[in-house]
Ligand binder design. Structure first.
Ligand code: THU
Length: 134
């Protein structure tokens, strides 16, 4: 698999950690940060943004991707997700959101304190995408 070199993965994970500082999570008290690396090397951060109507909450990954896409980037190379716990990986809704931008997007996350890299397709096999409707 075409994962990121370890130092680049660590750097993106640190960006995700920094992004968590701007969480709005008064309900769960669970700060999450994400950082997107675009094909041309730009980095966009995002944090989770909660709502009194809980289901309206936006996860950190979707916030960061929203920033990247709306700044004109559709080439998404990687996304890192951070929380202050032993393990975190994107929720199911975020996996669906990420795979919209390519099966090879690299996802960087922590599992039992170790930094893991997987493609989004590895995290979401038998995916449903626009190709499924062709
Ligand atoms: N959350 C994320 O931001 N990303 C994930 O992948 C998992 C969950 C947020 C949503 C909510 O604000 C809080 O974590 C607790 O579920």
């Amino acid at each position: 698999m075409n994962y990121l070199p370890e130092d680049e993965a660590c750097k993106l994970f640190e960006e995700a950690k920094a992004a968590a500082a701007h969480t709005y999570s008064p309900y769960s008290h669970f700060p999450v940060g994400a950082a997107v690396l675009t094909a041309d090397g730009a980095i966009f951060r995002g944090a989770n943004v909660e709502n009194a109507s809980y289901s309206v909450t936006i996860c950190a990954e979707r916030t960061a991707l929203g920033y990247a896409i709306s700044a004109g980037n559709t080439g998404i190379k990687a996304i890192a997700v951070y929380s202050n716990t032993d393990s975190i990986s994107p929720c199911g809704a975020c996996r669906q959101f990420i795979i919209e931008f390519g099966k090879d997007v690299i996802v960087i996350f922590k599992n039992e304190q170790k930094l893991i890299q997987r493609t989004i397709q590895e995290l979401l096999p038998f995916e449903f995408t626009k190709a499924s409707m062709e």
